[in-house]
Design a protein around this ligand. Structure first.
Ligand code: 5AD
Ligand code: SF4
Ligand code: FES
Length: 346
């Protein structure tokens, strides 16, 4: 296929067929042109502002057993913690003090946090005037509805992979159908919905990644977080090969080209495998960064994968660090809440 023509088509029409996406993912001769096209589309649609979302990792306890994840329930090597609701609210207040306009509450799937506890946490944090994003896994429609009523604005739930067989092999006991049901419920309830996938899972093909990108479009996702799979030594996938920065950046770029107005984070996993990974992602289509605002030892214990960045740093240090990096590439930290502004193609 004529790769430069495909890049031009993606940049102008924001549409590609599956085999065209696969051809771009497979090509290594025109990567710079692909990433540059995505950077132009990013600038045209969402501008030079970078939205910061403060990430609170409030519990590393999980009832699921995903083969790739260090927080899986069978991993006895991780010391488990749970922050009490008032401690979560306290972290949120501090993060608000650093200027964050969105706070992301993330945890394993931890039944300790009942609807009542979460309602209390969300309600108190909303009083700060921030947008609240939840990233706490699969729940019932009633639960999602209760969190929404309490004030939650957004929800992150990665599909991880749209290859149904691979999904069910890597996430034992979980059903692909239920994950789709969750994403549908969240959309129907009026959340801004974030999803995304892992890049470089064992057995994942480029065709499956192309399907992921088309899936994000099909469900009209508002936010799309992709990052490399990083093998964790305390999991069944310890010996697997991980994802690469090159392929992860190409996926970010293709997501921006095909869904020009969505919010795309430059993920922590990118920076874990490449010391400049987040900045590279910001220059390949991304427009969001999610600095960690968890304090103390909890950062280290929230060990999805090894080598996670910022585990010894404070929220204040990370805020200053990322602010400096964003300014250094001529971008600026956004002042608003950073909701998706739906735009028609230009
Ligand atoms: N490498 C990279 N990302 C991972 N996640 C879980 N385990 C890993 C890993 N080993 C991601 C999943 C999950 C998100 C919170 O962290 O995609 O949705
Ligand atoms: Fe639990 Fe999420 Fe890790 Fe799966 S990926 S084990 S659901 S924290
Ligand atoms: Fe944490 Fe740079 S963002 S040290």
């Amino acid at each position: 296929m004529d790769i430069p023509a495909l890049i031009a088509k993606a940049e102008t029409t924001h549409t590609l067929a599956k085999d065209e996406i696969v051809a771009l993912l497979a090509d290594d001769a025109h990567t710079d042109a692909l990433l540059a096209a995505a950077d132009r589309v990013r600038r045209l649609y969402v501008g030079d502002e970078v939205h910061l979302r403060g990430l609170i990792e409030f519990s590393n306890t999980c009832r699921q057993n995903c083969h790739y994840c260090g927080l899986r329930r069978d991993n006895a090597a991780v010391v488990r913690y749970r922050l009490e609701p008032d401690a979560v609210i306290d972290l949120a207040r501090k993060a608000h003090g650093y200027g964050y306009k969105t706070l992301v509450l993330q945890s394993g799937e931890d039944p300790y946090y009942t609807v009542d506890k979460l309602r209390h946490i969300i309600g108190e944090i909303k009083k700060l005037g921030v947008a609240v994003t939840l990233s706490i896994g699969e729940k019932t429609c009633e639960e999602y509805s209760a969190y929404k009523e309490a004030g939650a604005d957004r929800y992150l739930l990665r599909i991880e992979t749209t290859d149904r067989r691979l999904y069910e092999a890597l996430d034992p006991g979980m059903s692909f159908e239920n994950r789709l049901r969750c994403l549908r419920d969240l959309k129907t309830l009026g959340y801004e919905v974030g999803t995304g996938s892992l890049i470089g899972l064992p057995g994942q093909t480029l065709a499956a990644i192309a399907d992921d990108i088309l899936f994000f479009r099909q469900i009209d996702a508002d936010m799309i977080g992709v990052g490399p799979f990083i093998p964790n030594p305390d999991t069944p996938l310890a010996a697997a090969g991980g994802g690469t920065i090159a392929l992860s950046l190409k996926v970010v770029a293709l997501v921006r080209l095909l869904l020009p107005d969505v919010n795309i984070p430059a993920t922590t996993a990118m920076e874990t495998i490449d010391e400049n990974g987040r900045i590279k992602a910001l220059r390949s289509g991304a427009n969001v960064v999610m600095p960690n605002v968890t304090e103390g030892d909890y950062r280290r214990l929230y060990a999805l994968y090894p080598g996670k960045i910022c585990v010894g740093d404070t929220p204040a240090h990370c805020r200053a660090c990322i602010g400096g990096k964003i300014a250094a590439i001529g971008r600026r930290v956004a002042a608003g809440h950073g909701f998706r502004q739906k735009r028609t193609a230009r």
